[in-house]
Design a protein around this ligand. Structure first.
Ligand SMILES: C[S@@+](CC[C@H](N)C(=O)[O-])C[C@H]1O[C@@H](n2cnc3c(N)ncnc32)[C@H](O)[C@@H]1O
Length: 262
């Protein structure tokens, strides 16, 4: 599918260098703002997504260098997410993040030392994430980014290559009418391909060679696909359902990259 991009200052050199890493999208760049629909925006903050329907200043933009997510990454010591993955006593399992999304969880996991193979099916979301990782590698402490591989693909097609480590699944939650979702979450819900068939992900993950499968759920939600976990790690508003296949060992810390390519 072709997309419109707006580059008001015609920063062609920096833009083309960044876009060379995002080969799954075809973006037609222009200076003028379109009258309707979503469009990409390029400026000194890198790649964002805007909509003609939003306030002009609003954008979906991932930032690992400054702001809320950067603070979350730095603050993490033993949050529920890392405990659910089995991070303990120096063990840092390799994570196959089957639903990378905006990269919030994977950045925390990579920062504590896990190798993360991240997969995002939605091409717009994958593009925003890829560009945020690129910027962080340049502007931030590049360390944890080097542990992240990102692929724009459907995780279900890759699960059969997994022989170890942890598969992490964070499906889109149902829209919660009580709380106002962030702009990013509202947009994610409207983009094609973000919400379909999460039960197929758990089926594929449980058929893979992963030592453990972890599913993030709202604290009171049913089990994904009705499958009872072997244990749970609970946070305040979410919980992690653990499906343990075998004990995690140092062999589960080997990055997934070579296995999938091989
Ligand atoms: C709730 S978001 C994940 C949020 C992420 N954990 C974070 O911290 O930002 C779910 C994401 O999974 C993606 N997704 C859903 N099914 C997928 C699949 N089969 N393969 C790859 N990505 C998928 C959706 O496009 C969406 O971006």
């Amino acid at each position: 599918m072709d997309w419109v991009g707006v580059d008001p200052l015609r920063q062609v050199v920096s833009r083309d260098a960044a876009m060379a890493q995002i080969d799954w999208l075809n973006i037609h760049w222009q200076v003028d703002i379109p009258d309707f629909g979503y469009y990409f925006w390029w400026d000194d903050k890198g790649l964002s997504l805007k909509s003609a329907a939003f306030d002009f200043r609003s954008r979906v933009h991932i930032d690992f260098v400054e702001g809320t997510q950067a603070r979350r990454i730095k603050a993490v010591t033993g949050e529920a997410l890392t405990r659910a993955m089995g991070c303990q006593k120096g063990l840092r399992p390799a994570i196959f993040d089957a639903t990378a999304g905006l990269g919030g969880d994977l950045s925390v996991l990579a920062n504590v030392g896990c190798a993360v193979y991240a997969v995002e099916r939605q091409p717009v979301v994958a593009a925003l994430l890829k560009d945020a990782l690129r910027r962080h590698a340049i502007d931030g402490d590049a360390g944890w980014c080097e542990r992240v591989q990102l692929q724009c693909a459907d995780s279900r097609d890759l699960m059969s290559h997994i022989s170890h480590g942890v598969v992490y699944i964070d499906p889109m939650f149902q829209k919660d009418r009580k709380s106002a979702p962030s702009l990013s979450m509202q947009v994610l819900h409207t983009l094609e391909g973000t919400t379909e068939r999460p039960e197929q992900l758990i089926d594929a993950a449980l058929d893979s060679g992963a030592a453990r499968v972890v599913v993030k759920r709202p604290i009171r939600a049913d089990f994904l696909a009705g499958r009872s976990p072997s244990s749970q790690v609970k946070g305040k508003t979410v919980r992690f359902d653990l499906y343990s296949r075998r004990k995690l060992t140092d062999a589960d810390a080997i990055p997934h990259q070579g296995l999938i390519d091989g």
